[in-house]
Design a protein around this ligand. Sequence first.
Ligand SMILES: C[S@@+](CC[C@H](N)C(=O)[O-])C[C@H]1O[C@@H](n2cnc3c(N)ncnc32)[C@H](O)[C@@H]1O
Length: 199
Amino acid sequence: MTVTDIRNKPKVVVLRWGHRPKRDARLTTHVALTARALGASGFILADIEDPKIKVTIEKVVQNWGGPFYFEMGKPWKQAIKEWRDKGGIVVHLTAYGENIETSDVLKRIKATGKDIMVIVGSQKVPKEFFSEEVSDFNVAIGNQPHSECASLAVFLDRLFEGKELTRTFENAKLMIIPQKRGKKVLKIMEQHVKQGEEI
Ligand SMILES: C[S@@+](CC[C@H](N)C(=O)[O-])C[C@H]1O[C@@H](n2cnc3c(N)ncnc32)[C@H](O)[C@@H]1O
């Protein structure tokens, strides 16, 4: 399958902090699905394990394609340190940050040319998230409080300038054929290539 992707764009990983099992399960799942669908290559559920969410996301990747990885349980400080040690930058999405529309913050982020870890919260985040030791940029998707899912979607869409919406996912078993009305889903059969068999 051909892949129309966004490979010349930075690699993005989303770190979700503050997940409360049961209460946040649905929203965390939606944040991970949003990350995948809008161009991120992985998701880290920091500090906590919620295996049900991992199973859900991995099933989506199996059916609808990737690449996209899901990690959980890693302490946030460790995840950020490892990311920064590899040369990546960290963008913390917060209503208190530099407004993505009225400031040049997105231009400055793009100018780094580096891979990006995007942090989204849930409950009130630790103060350190705003500090230079943790985040290179604090970015507001407007300075009104709303949602981690909405802020992530807008950020990724602006970062990738809409190109992530045209992307074809690798190894998908299912693919939606856009319709004016109704639903059309293409089932992509696996090709079994036996030795010596011509394809
Ligand atoms: C529901 S909010 C909770 C915020 C929490 N009450 C606080 O005061 O930090 C959860 C997450 O959504 C994201 N978020 C909400 N509004 C945002 C905005 N306007 N811009 C960027 N991110 C936002 C942030 O990542 C935030 O941690």
